[in-house]
Design a binder for this molecule. Structure first.
Ligand code: BDR
Ligand code: CA
Length: 317
């Protein structure tokens, strides 16, 4: 039986590839998509989620609009951390995309998550957020019983040695640190697929060649996304090739061995002057706290890109 997931996204080039992977892999049933403000304002991320869903044929599932602002903090708009610089003014600059072929679900993202999880069997759904955690925090506050019914939460965010929005914090966690603190502290397992892992998932020239060689309209769209995203990574972070962060979270659900993870105590710092939004991670128990979550550490690079290439081929057929 394929694993049912609810993908909570802020597309975003790597969110778009995460949607593509979820739709194009037979081990996963993409049950719903929810949007959140993050890489761009909510109106744009929602529109992008619908356009990408249309592109990959995820047209008969509910897509719901989520939170417009973080729970407590101001929305990040400062140019130095605004992901607009790597994702562009639309949030998904680059190739032309189809207009949405579906209507939005009338429910909020949080309500849709609650309705699906509560109607399903315990353990039926895995939540895969690849943006700020506002929707998940709202859902678990509105209906605390979802915490015990979700199989697990696999989040692209955080990191245990580096940040990318500040020296200490990764963008998705920093963008709604209070929401992230609540989600990581709740009584479910969060697998943190953070920067230490996702910076291994880079689109190298060899990978780009493999994608181009597929030679379909969809592979050309992905190639152009990687052009735009890659240029941003080079200019903002001086990284020669872009890391495809968000698809790593989906890959973890498809094949846990591809995204190796280890037990850890993980908590989100919300008070530090320099460390606000840091995902404090203890693999050894040094701090005396019991392990509460998992941290992704090691990517099987070839197997990861095989999954992406296979999904593009399957969706192109
Ligand atoms: C995360 O931030 C966003 O820009 C990406 O979509 C990804 O989810 C990486 O820090
Ligand atoms: Ca994202």
């Amino acid at each position: 039986m394929p694993q049912k997931i609810i993908l909570d996204v802020d597309p975003g080039h790597d969110d778009a590839i995460a949607i593509l992977l979820a739709q194009g892999n037979p081990e996963i049933e993409l049950a719903a998509i929810t949007s959140v403000a993050g890489n761009q304002v909510l109106e744009k991320t929602t529109y992008n989620a619908m356009r990408v869903a249309t592109l990959v044929g995820a047209t008969n599932i509910p897509i719901a609009r989520g939170a417009e602002f973080p729970l407590v903090r101001e929305q990040i708009t400062d140019g130095s951390v605004d992901a607009g610089s790597v994702h562009g003014v639309t949030g998904l600059d680059g190739p032309e995309l189809p207009e949405p072929s579906m209507e939005l679900d009338p429910r909020s993202a949080a309500q849709l998550i609650i309705d699906l999880v509560m109607a399903g069997e315990p353990g039926e759904y895995t939540l895969v957020p690849t943006g700020p955690l506002t929707n998940l925090a709202l859902a678990m506050r509105l209906e605390p019983r979802i915490v015990g019914r979700v199989k697990e939460v696999v989040h692209m965010g955080g990191g245990y040695t580096i940040g990318n929005a500040t020296a200490a914090a990764e963008f998705n966690v920093l963008a709604d640190a209070e929401a992230a603190a609540a989600v990581y502290a709740a009584d479910w397992t969060v697998t943190m697929v953070g920067l230490d892992l996702t910076h291994q998932a880079i689109a190298t020239p060899e990978v780009r060649d493999r994608i181009r060689a597929i030679g379909t309209d969809l592979s050309r769209v992905v190639d152009e996304w990687l052009d735009f995203f890659g240029a941003g990574y080079e200019s903002v972070w001086k990284m020669p090739y872009p890391p495809i962060h968000d698809a790593c979270a989906v890959a973890r659900v498809i094949a846990p061995e591809v995204v190796h993870s280890e037990e850890a105590w993980i908590a989100v710092e919300t008070k530090g002057q320099w460390t606000y939004g840091e995902t404090v991670t203890d693999f050894t128990g040094t701090g005396g706290q019991p392990f509460n979550n998992l941290a992704a550490t090691k990517l099987d690079f070839d197997a990861f890109w095989d999954l992406i290439v296979d999904a593009i081929k399957r969706l192109s057929a």
